[in-house]
Design a protein around this ligand. Structure first.
Ligand code: ATP
Ligand code: MG
Ligand code: MG
Ligand code: MG
Length: 465
Protein backbone atom coordinates (compact mmCIF):
# COMPACT_ATOMS: atom_id res chain seq x y z
CA UNK A 1 0.00 0.00 0.00
CA UNK A 2 1.22 3.49 -0.83
CA UNK A 3 0.35 5.04 2.52
CA UNK A 4 1.17 8.57 1.43
CA UNK A 5 -1.30 8.35 -1.45
CA UNK A 6 -3.90 6.50 0.59
CA UNK A 7 -3.86 9.25 3.18
CA UNK A 8 -4.13 12.16 0.77
CA UNK A 9 -6.89 10.43 -1.21
CA UNK A 10 -8.75 9.62 1.99
CA UNK A 11 -8.89 13.25 3.00
CA UNK A 12 -9.57 14.41 -0.53
CA UNK A 13 -12.64 12.22 -0.44
CA UNK A 14 -13.66 14.02 2.74
CA UNK A 15 -13.53 17.31 0.85
CA UNK A 16 -9.95 18.44 1.63
CA UNK A 17 -7.68 20.16 -0.88
CA UNK A 18 -4.42 18.32 -1.40
CA UNK A 19 -1.67 20.88 -0.82
CA UNK A 20 2.02 20.40 -1.74
CA UNK A 21 4.80 20.20 0.80
CA UNK A 22 6.21 23.67 1.47
CA UNK A 23 9.99 24.29 1.31
CA UNK A 24 12.19 23.13 4.20
CA UNK A 25 13.25 26.76 4.64
CA UNK A 26 10.19 28.62 5.87
CA UNK A 27 9.56 32.27 5.16
CA UNK A 28 9.89 32.94 8.87
CA UNK A 29 13.14 34.11 10.48
CA UNK A 30 12.20 32.69 13.88
CA UNK A 31 11.95 29.17 12.57
CA UNK A 32 15.03 27.20 11.54
CA UNK A 33 13.26 24.60 9.40
CA UNK A 34 9.75 23.59 8.53
CA UNK A 35 9.11 21.15 11.34
CA UNK A 36 5.41 20.33 10.96
CA UNK A 37 2.65 20.28 8.37
CA UNK A 38 0.92 23.27 9.96
CA UNK A 39 3.79 25.69 9.34
CA UNK A 40 2.54 26.72 5.91
CA UNK A 41 -0.88 27.46 7.42
CA UNK A 42 0.31 29.42 10.43
CA UNK A 43 -1.02 32.78 9.22
CA UNK A 44 -4.40 31.26 8.46
CA UNK A 45 -4.64 29.79 11.95
CA UNK A 46 -3.73 33.09 13.59
CA UNK A 47 -6.19 34.97 11.38
CA UNK A 48 -3.43 37.12 9.85
CA UNK A 49 -4.65 36.10 6.42
CA UNK A 50 -8.16 34.99 5.48
CA UNK A 51 -8.90 31.31 5.27
CA UNK A 52 -8.96 29.78 1.79
CA UNK A 53 -12.20 29.14 -0.04
CA UNK A 54 -11.95 25.48 0.87
CA UNK A 55 -11.36 25.63 4.63
CA UNK A 56 -9.95 22.10 4.79
CA UNK A 57 -6.59 20.87 3.49
CA UNK A 58 -4.32 17.84 3.59
CA UNK A 59 -0.60 17.45 2.90
CA UNK A 60 2.46 15.30 3.14
CA UNK A 61 5.06 17.69 4.49
CA UNK A 62 8.82 17.15 4.52
CA UNK A 63 9.99 18.18 7.98
CA UNK A 64 13.40 18.70 9.55
CA UNK A 65 13.86 18.57 13.30
CA UNK A 66 17.53 19.19 13.70
CA UNK A 67 17.67 22.71 15.08
CA UNK A 68 15.58 25.18 17.05
CA UNK A 69 13.05 24.07 19.63
CA UNK A 70 12.39 20.69 18.03
CA UNK A 71 15.77 19.04 17.73
CA UNK A 72 15.91 15.29 17.25
CA UNK A 73 19.48 15.14 15.95
CA UNK A 74 20.78 13.55 19.13
CA UNK A 75 17.96 11.01 19.13
CA UNK A 76 18.84 9.57 15.75
CA UNK A 77 20.52 6.22 16.07
CA UNK A 78 19.47 5.92 19.71
CA UNK A 79 15.68 5.64 19.37
CA UNK A 80 13.75 3.53 16.91
CA UNK A 81 11.47 6.33 15.81
CA UNK A 82 13.32 9.62 15.29
CA UNK A 83 14.76 11.04 12.09
CA UNK A 84 16.31 14.39 11.33
CA UNK A 85 14.14 14.56 8.20
CA UNK A 86 10.78 12.87 7.95
CA UNK A 87 7.46 13.05 6.17
CA UNK A 88 4.47 14.28 8.15
CA UNK A 89 0.98 13.51 6.90
CA UNK A 90 -1.61 16.00 8.06
CA UNK A 91 -5.18 17.20 7.73
CA UNK A 92 -6.27 20.69 8.62
CA UNK A 93 -9.50 22.49 9.32
CA UNK A 94 -9.49 26.27 9.29
CA UNK A 95 -12.43 27.08 11.53
CA UNK A 96 -14.40 24.36 9.79
CA UNK A 97 -14.83 20.87 11.30
CA UNK A 98 -13.66 20.21 14.85
CA UNK A 99 -13.04 17.42 17.36
CA UNK A 100 -15.91 15.13 16.46
CA UNK A 101 -14.87 14.81 12.81
CA UNK A 102 -11.12 15.01 13.42
CA UNK A 103 -11.31 12.02 15.76
CA UNK A 104 -13.73 10.08 13.56
CA UNK A 105 -11.55 10.61 10.46
CA UNK A 106 -8.38 9.57 12.26
CA UNK A 107 -10.04 6.49 13.67
CA UNK A 108 -11.49 5.50 10.31
CA UNK A 109 -8.17 5.92 8.52
CA UNK A 110 -6.24 3.95 11.11
CA UNK A 111 -8.65 1.08 11.58
CA UNK A 112 -10.23 0.79 8.12
CA UNK A 113 -7.62 2.00 5.63
CA UNK A 114 -4.50 1.00 7.54
CA UNK A 115 -6.28 -1.94 9.19
CA UNK A 116 -4.34 -1.54 12.42
CA UNK A 117 -5.72 -3.93 15.03
CA UNK A 118 -7.92 -2.09 17.54
CA UNK A 119 -6.54 -4.07 20.47
CA UNK A 120 -3.12 -2.47 19.93
CA UNK A 121 -4.32 1.12 19.91
CA UNK A 122 -4.27 3.62 22.77
CA UNK A 123 -5.12 7.29 22.88
CA UNK A 124 -4.09 10.14 25.13
CA UNK A 125 -6.05 13.31 25.81
CA UNK A 126 -5.55 16.41 27.93
CA UNK A 127 -6.56 16.19 31.61
CA UNK A 128 -9.40 18.69 31.18
CA UNK A 129 -10.66 17.59 27.80
CA UNK A 130 -13.90 15.80 28.70
CA UNK A 131 -15.24 16.58 25.27
CA UNK A 132 -12.46 14.54 23.62
CA UNK A 133 -13.09 11.77 26.15
CA UNK A 134 -16.78 11.59 25.27
CA UNK A 135 -16.01 11.42 21.56
CA UNK A 136 -13.21 8.87 21.89
CA UNK A 137 -15.31 6.52 23.99
CA UNK A 138 -17.64 6.05 21.04
CA UNK A 139 -14.68 4.51 19.18
CA UNK A 140 -12.36 2.88 21.70
CA UNK A 141 -12.58 1.13 25.09
CA UNK A 142 -12.57 3.66 27.91
CA UNK A 143 -9.60 2.08 29.67
CA UNK A 144 -7.56 2.80 26.53
CA UNK A 145 -8.01 6.57 26.92
CA UNK A 146 -5.36 8.11 29.14
CA UNK A 147 -5.21 11.67 30.40
CA UNK A 148 -2.03 13.72 30.60
CA UNK A 149 -1.16 17.26 31.67
CA UNK A 150 -0.16 20.36 29.71
CA UNK A 151 3.38 19.13 29.19
CA UNK A 152 2.27 16.15 27.11
CA UNK A 153 -1.10 17.14 25.72
CA UNK A 154 -1.35 20.87 25.28
CA UNK A 155 -0.11 22.66 22.20
CA UNK A 156 0.65 26.32 21.62
CA UNK A 157 2.45 28.26 18.93
CA UNK A 158 4.17 30.48 21.47
CA UNK A 159 3.08 32.67 24.38
CA UNK A 160 0.31 34.16 22.32
CA UNK A 161 -1.96 32.99 19.52
CA UNK A 162 -4.16 29.98 18.96
CA UNK A 163 -3.57 26.95 21.18
CA UNK A 164 -5.41 24.01 22.63
CA UNK A 165 -5.41 20.49 23.96
CA UNK A 166 -4.21 17.66 21.79
CA UNK A 167 -4.94 13.98 21.54
CA UNK A 168 -2.40 11.42 20.41
CA UNK A 169 -2.78 7.93 19.02
CA UNK A 170 -0.29 5.27 20.08
CA UNK A 171 0.41 1.78 18.82
CA UNK A 172 1.45 -0.87 21.36
CA UNK A 173 4.29 -2.83 19.79
CA UNK A 174 4.01 -5.56 22.41
CA UNK A 175 5.28 -5.99 25.94
CA UNK A 176 7.31 -9.04 24.96
CA UNK A 177 9.79 -6.92 22.97
CA UNK A 178 10.47 -4.24 25.54
CA UNK A 179 11.83 -4.26 29.04
CA UNK A 180 12.87 -0.75 29.98
CA UNK A 181 11.19 1.33 32.67
CA UNK A 182 10.68 3.94 29.99
CA UNK A 183 8.39 1.67 28.00
CA UNK A 184 5.07 2.87 29.34
CA UNK A 185 2.50 5.10 27.71
CA UNK A 186 3.85 8.63 27.99
CA UNK A 187 7.41 7.42 28.61
CA UNK A 188 10.41 7.88 26.37
CA UNK A 189 10.69 4.23 25.40
CA UNK A 190 9.66 2.67 22.12
CA UNK A 191 6.99 0.16 23.19
CA UNK A 192 4.08 2.58 22.81
CA UNK A 193 4.81 4.23 19.51
CA UNK A 194 3.27 7.65 19.00
CA UNK A 195 1.86 7.78 15.51
CA UNK A 196 -0.57 10.66 15.24
CA UNK A 197 -1.08 13.93 17.02
CA UNK A 198 -4.45 15.69 16.73
CA UNK A 199 -4.33 19.31 17.88
CA UNK A 200 -7.59 21.00 18.80
CA UNK A 201 -7.01 24.74 18.47
CA UNK A 202 -9.84 26.04 20.60
CA UNK A 203 -8.33 28.90 22.60
CA UNK A 204 -6.63 32.16 21.91
CA UNK A 205 -3.83 32.99 24.30
CA UNK A 206 -3.03 36.60 25.14
CA UNK A 207 -0.44 38.14 27.40
CA UNK A 208 -1.02 41.40 29.27
CA UNK A 209 1.69 43.94 30.11
CA UNK A 210 2.55 42.18 33.38
CA UNK A 211 3.10 38.95 31.50
CA UNK A 212 -0.12 37.37 32.73
CA UNK A 213 -1.44 34.84 30.25
CA UNK A 214 -5.17 34.57 29.57
CA UNK A 215 -6.93 31.96 27.48
CA UNK A 216 -10.25 32.72 25.83
CA UNK A 217 -12.33 30.31 23.78
CA UNK A 218 -12.23 30.80 20.04
CA UNK A 219 -15.70 31.10 18.52
CA UNK A 220 -14.58 28.96 15.60
CA UNK A 221 -11.93 26.42 16.57
CA UNK A 222 -9.52 24.74 14.13
CA UNK A 223 -7.78 21.41 13.63
CA UNK A 224 -4.13 20.59 12.92
CA UNK A 225 -2.91 17.01 12.80
CA UNK A 226 0.40 15.28 12.13
CA UNK A 227 1.25 11.65 11.56
CA UNK A 228 4.77 10.34 10.95
CA UNK A 229 4.87 8.40 7.70
CA UNK A 230 8.06 6.45 8.51
CA UNK A 231 6.51 5.17 11.76
CA UNK A 232 3.34 4.01 10.05
CA UNK A 233 5.32 2.26 7.32
CA UNK A 234 7.33 0.43 9.98
CA UNK A 235 4.16 -0.69 11.78
CA UNK A 236 2.57 -1.89 8.55
CA UNK A 237 5.69 -3.85 7.69
CA UNK A 238 5.70 -5.44 11.14
CA UNK A 239 9.12 -4.14 12.20
CA UNK A 240 9.90 -2.58 15.57
CA UNK A 241 12.34 0.01 14.31
CA UNK A 242 11.83 2.54 11.50
CA UNK A 243 15.30 1.72 10.24
CA UNK A 244 14.27 -1.90 9.68
CA UNK A 245 11.56 -0.81 7.23
CA UNK A 246 11.82 -0.68 3.44
CA UNK A 247 12.33 3.08 3.70
CA UNK A 248 15.82 2.58 5.13
CA UNK A 249 16.90 -1.04 4.71
CA UNK A 250 18.17 -0.78 1.13
CA UNK A 251 20.36 2.19 2.10
CA UNK A 252 21.69 0.39 5.14
CA UNK A 253 22.43 -2.73 3.06
CA UNK A 254 24.22 -0.60 0.49
CA UNK A 255 26.39 1.03 3.14
CA UNK A 256 27.10 -2.37 4.64
CA UNK A 257 28.28 -3.55 1.23
CA UNK A 258 30.43 -0.44 0.68
CA UNK A 259 32.00 -0.67 4.14
CA UNK A 260 32.79 -4.37 3.73
CA UNK A 261 31.81 -4.70 7.38
CA UNK A 262 29.03 -6.84 8.66
CA UNK A 263 26.26 -5.29 10.69
CA UNK A 264 26.54 -6.19 14.38
CA UNK A 265 24.69 -5.10 17.51
CA UNK A 266 27.62 -2.77 18.23
CA UNK A 267 27.82 -1.00 14.89
CA UNK A 268 24.16 -0.97 13.81
CA UNK A 269 23.69 2.53 15.23
CA UNK A 270 26.32 3.89 12.85
CA UNK A 271 24.56 2.40 9.83
CA UNK A 272 21.28 3.94 10.95
CA UNK A 273 22.78 7.36 11.56
CA UNK A 274 24.39 7.34 8.12
CA UNK A 275 21.16 6.30 6.36
CA UNK A 276 19.21 9.00 8.18
CA UNK A 277 21.76 11.72 7.59
CA UNK A 278 22.17 10.87 3.91
CA UNK A 279 18.44 11.44 3.48
CA UNK A 280 18.42 14.72 5.38
CA UNK A 281 21.48 16.29 3.77
CA UNK A 282 20.38 15.19 0.29
CA UNK A 283 16.95 16.77 0.64
CA UNK A 284 18.49 19.90 2.11
CA UNK A 285 20.85 20.17 -0.84
CA UNK A 286 17.97 19.57 -3.25
CA UNK A 287 16.35 22.67 -1.75
CA UNK A 288 19.44 24.82 -2.02
CA UNK A 289 20.74 24.52 1.54
CA UNK A 290 24.50 24.24 1.18
CA UNK A 291 27.09 23.39 3.83
CA UNK A 292 28.46 26.34 5.74
CA UNK A 293 29.42 27.89 9.04
CA UNK A 294 26.25 29.67 10.08
CA UNK A 295 22.55 29.09 10.46
CA UNK A 296 20.90 26.44 8.33
CA UNK A 297 24.02 25.52 6.33
CA UNK A 298 25.79 24.86 9.61
CA UNK A 299 23.03 22.50 10.69
CA UNK A 300 23.46 20.66 7.44
CA UNK A 301 27.21 20.54 7.96
CA UNK A 302 26.74 19.16 11.49
CA UNK A 303 24.47 16.43 10.17
CA UNK A 304 26.88 15.48 7.42
CA UNK A 305 29.90 15.45 9.72
CA UNK A 306 28.05 13.22 12.12
CA UNK A 307 27.46 10.82 9.21
CA UNK A 308 31.13 10.98 8.23
CA UNK A 309 32.24 10.32 11.78
CA UNK A 310 30.05 7.21 11.90
CA UNK A 311 31.43 6.24 8.50
CA UNK A 312 34.90 6.65 9.99
CA UNK A 313 33.94 4.24 12.77
CA UNK A 314 32.96 1.76 10.08
CA UNK A 315 36.36 2.11 8.42
CA UNK A 316 35.64 4.62 5.65
CA UNK A 317 38.57 6.94 4.97
CA UNK A 318 37.23 8.70 1.92
CA UNK A 319 33.86 9.97 0.68
CA UNK A 320 31.25 7.25 0.40
CA UNK A 321 27.80 8.80 0.63
CA UNK A 322 27.41 9.50 -3.08
CA UNK A 323 27.68 5.77 -3.72
CA UNK A 324 24.57 5.15 -1.64
CA UNK A 325 22.67 8.07 -3.16
CA UNK A 326 21.11 6.10 -6.04
CA UNK A 327 19.62 3.71 -3.50
CA UNK A 328 17.98 6.67 -1.76
CA UNK A 329 16.63 7.74 -5.17
CA UNK A 330 15.21 4.27 -5.76
CA UNK A 331 13.18 4.64 -2.57
CA UNK A 332 12.03 8.25 -2.69
CA UNK A 333 12.85 9.49 -6.19
CA UNK A 334 9.50 8.66 -7.72
CA UNK A 335 7.67 10.87 -5.25
CA UNK A 336 10.41 13.48 -4.95
CA UNK A 337 11.58 13.88 -8.54
CA UNK A 338 14.00 16.63 -7.51
CA UNK A 339 16.21 13.94 -5.98
CA UNK A 340 16.61 12.39 -9.41
CA UNK A 341 16.82 15.64 -11.34
CA UNK A 342 19.56 17.01 -9.10
CA UNK A 343 21.37 13.72 -8.53
CA UNK A 344 24.73 14.78 -9.99
CA UNK A 345 24.77 18.08 -8.16
CA UNK A 346 23.82 16.51 -4.82
CA UNK A 347 26.39 13.72 -5.12
CA UNK A 348 29.09 16.23 -5.96
CA UNK A 349 28.25 18.47 -3.01
CA UNK A 350 28.11 15.55 -0.59
CA UNK A 351 31.50 14.37 -1.79
CA UNK A 352 33.10 17.81 -1.54
CA UNK A 353 31.88 18.27 2.00
CA UNK A 354 32.93 14.78 3.03
CA UNK A 355 36.39 15.45 1.58
CA UNK A 356 36.70 18.59 3.68
CA UNK A 357 36.07 16.66 6.86
CA UNK A 358 38.04 13.53 5.96
CA UNK A 359 41.08 15.80 5.57
CA UNK A 360 41.15 16.61 9.25
CA UNK A 361 39.21 13.82 10.92
CA UNK A 362 42.23 11.53 11.46
CA UNK A 363 44.16 14.13 13.41
CA UNK A 364 41.05 15.26 15.23
CA UNK A 365 40.19 11.72 16.29
CA UNK A 366 43.66 11.11 17.66
CA UNK A 367 43.56 14.38 19.63
CA UNK A 368 40.12 13.41 20.89
CA UNK A 369 41.31 9.95 21.95
CA UNK A 370 44.41 11.32 23.74
CA UNK A 371 42.23 13.69 25.72
CA UNK A 372 39.64 11.01 26.39
CA UNK A 373 42.29 8.82 27.98
CA UNK A 374 43.01 11.66 30.42
CA UNK A 375 39.38 12.50 31.12
CA UNK A 376 37.65 11.42 34.31
CA UNK A 377 34.38 13.34 34.30
CA UNK A 378 34.53 16.50 32.22
CA UNK A 379 36.14 16.64 28.80
CA UNK A 380 38.38 19.70 28.39
CA UNK A 381 36.63 22.73 26.89
CA UNK A 382 39.96 23.83 25.36
CA UNK A 383 40.35 20.59 23.48
CA UNK A 384 36.71 20.60 22.38
CA UNK A 385 37.27 24.11 21.06
CA UNK A 386 40.47 23.14 19.29
CA UNK A 387 38.64 20.22 17.70
CA UNK A 388 35.96 22.60 16.54
CA UNK A 389 38.19 25.41 15.43
CA UNK A 390 41.09 23.59 13.82
CA UNK A 391 39.68 20.20 12.90
CA UNK A 392 36.09 21.09 12.04
CA UNK A 393 34.44 18.95 14.74
CA UNK A 394 31.11 20.60 15.60
CA UNK A 395 30.57 20.72 19.37
CA UNK A 396 27.61 18.38 19.24
CA UNK A 397 29.74 15.84 17.42
CA UNK A 398 32.28 15.84 20.25
CA UNK A 399 29.40 15.61 22.74
CA UNK A 400 27.96 12.72 20.78
CA UNK A 401 31.29 10.87 20.93
CA UNK A 402 31.29 11.26 24.71
CA UNK A 403 27.68 10.31 25.21
CA UNK A 404 28.00 6.55 25.57
CA UNK A 405 30.90 7.09 27.99
CA UNK A 406 28.71 9.29 30.15
CA UNK A 407 31.09 12.21 29.83
CA UNK A 408 30.33 15.87 29.25
CA UNK A 409 32.25 18.74 27.69
CA UNK A 410 33.26 21.74 29.80
CA UNK A 411 30.76 23.91 27.94
CA UNK A 412 31.48 27.05 29.94
CA UNK A 413 35.11 27.00 28.82
CA UNK A 414 34.12 26.17 25.26
CA UNK A 415 31.68 29.10 25.17
CA UNK A 416 34.27 31.43 26.64
CA UNK A 417 36.81 30.54 23.94
CA UNK A 418 34.14 30.87 21.30
CA UNK A 419 33.16 34.36 22.44
CA UNK A 420 36.81 35.39 22.59
CA UNK A 421 37.31 34.21 19.08
CA UNK A 422 34.16 35.89 17.84
CA UNK A 423 35.23 39.13 19.44
CA UNK A 424 38.56 38.86 17.65
CA UNK A 425 37.05 38.09 14.32
CA UNK A 426 34.20 40.56 14.88
CA UNK A 427 32.36 39.69 11.74
CA UNK A 428 31.54 36.16 10.55
CA UNK A 429 34.46 33.97 11.43
CA UNK A 430 36.98 32.51 9.05
CA UNK A 431 39.64 29.90 9.40
CA UNK A 432 37.62 27.32 11.26
CA UNK A 433 39.35 24.50 9.48
CA UNK A 434 36.67 24.54 6.81
CA UNK A 435 37.51 25.43 3.32
CA UNK A 436 34.04 26.49 2.19
CA UNK A 437 34.94 29.99 1.17
CA UNK A 438 33.50 32.57 -1.08
CA UNK A 439 35.50 31.09 -3.90
CA UNK A 440 33.59 27.83 -3.55
CA UNK A 441 30.29 29.65 -3.56
CA UNK A 442 31.27 31.62 -6.63
CA UNK A 443 32.23 28.58 -8.61
CA UNK A 444 29.02 26.92 -7.52
CA UNK A 445 26.95 29.85 -8.61
CA UNK A 446 28.67 29.86 -11.96
CA UNK A 447 28.09 26.18 -12.38
CA UNK A 448 24.53 25.80 -11.17
CA UNK A 449 23.06 29.28 -11.32
CA UNK A 450 21.50 31.33 -8.60
CA UNK A 451 18.00 29.96 -8.38
CA UNK A 452 18.38 27.39 -5.65
CA UNK A 453 20.98 29.13 -3.64
CA UNK A 454 20.31 29.82 0.00
CA UNK A 455 23.36 31.71 1.05
CA UNK A 456 24.31 33.39 4.23
CA UNK A 457 21.87 32.98 7.08
CA UNK A 458 21.29 35.09 10.12
CA UNK A 459 21.39 33.57 13.56
CA UNK A 460 18.18 32.05 14.76
CA UNK A 461 16.27 32.38 17.96
CA UNK A 462 14.65 29.25 19.22
CA UNK A 463 11.74 28.30 17.11
CA UNK A 464 8.41 29.30 18.56
CA UNK A 465 6.62 26.39 17.00
P1 ATP B 1 7.98 12.06 19.85
O1 ATP B 1 7.29 12.21 21.18
O2 ATP B 1 8.04 10.66 19.36
O3 ATP B 1 9.30 12.78 19.80
P2 ATP B 1 6.52 14.36 19.01
O4 ATP B 1 5.44 14.35 20.07
O5 ATP B 1 7.67 15.24 19.21
O6 ATP B 1 7.03 12.83 18.78
P3 ATP B 1 4.72 15.72 17.22
O7 ATP B 1 5.32 17.07 17.34
O8 ATP B 1 3.46 15.43 17.94
O9 ATP B 1 5.85 14.63 17.58
O10 ATP B 1 4.58 15.43 15.63
C1 ATP B 1 3.52 14.67 15.06
C2 ATP B 1 3.99 13.31 14.56
O11 ATP B 1 5.16 13.39 13.74
C3 ATP B 1 4.38 12.36 15.66
O12 ATP B 1 3.25 11.75 16.23
C4 ATP B 1 5.27 11.36 14.92
O13 ATP B 1 4.50 10.37 14.26
C5 ATP B 1 5.96 12.22 13.88
N1 ATP B 1 7.32 12.62 14.30
C6 ATP B 1 7.66 13.59 15.18
N2 ATP B 1 9.00 13.72 15.28
C7 ATP B 1 9.54 12.81 14.42
C8 ATP B 1 10.87 12.48 14.06
N3 ATP B 1 11.94 13.11 14.56
N4 ATP B 1 11.06 11.51 13.14
C9 ATP B 1 10.00 10.85 12.60
N5 ATP B 1 8.71 11.13 12.90
C10 ATP B 1 8.47 12.10 13.79
MG1 MG C 1 9.60 14.81 19.71
MG1 MG D 1 5.41 12.98 21.76
MG1 MG E 1 3.40 14.40 19.77
Amino acid sequence: MDIRKEYLEFFKNKGHDIVSSMPLVPDDPTLMFTNAGMVQFKDIFTGAIPRPQNPTATSCQLCVRAGGKHNDLENVGYTARHHTLFEMLGNFSFADYFKEEAIAYAWEFITVNLELPIDKLWVTIHDDDDQAYDIWKKHIREDRIKRFDDKENFWSMGDTGPCGPCSEIFYDQGEEHFSSDEDYLGGEGDRFLEIWNLVFMQYEQTKDKDGKITRTSLPKPSIDTGMGLERVIAIKEGVLNNFDSSNFQPIIKKIEELSKKQITDENIGSFRVIADHLRATSFMLSQGILFGNEGRPYVSRRILRRAVRHGYLLGFRKPFLAQAYDTLCDILGSHYSELKEQADYIKEQLTLEEERFFKTIDLGMSIFNDELAKTKEIFSGEVAFKLYDTYGFPLDLTEDMLRDKNLKVDNAKFDELMSEQKAKAKAAWKGSGDTASEGDFKSLLEKYGKNNFVGYEKTFENSTI
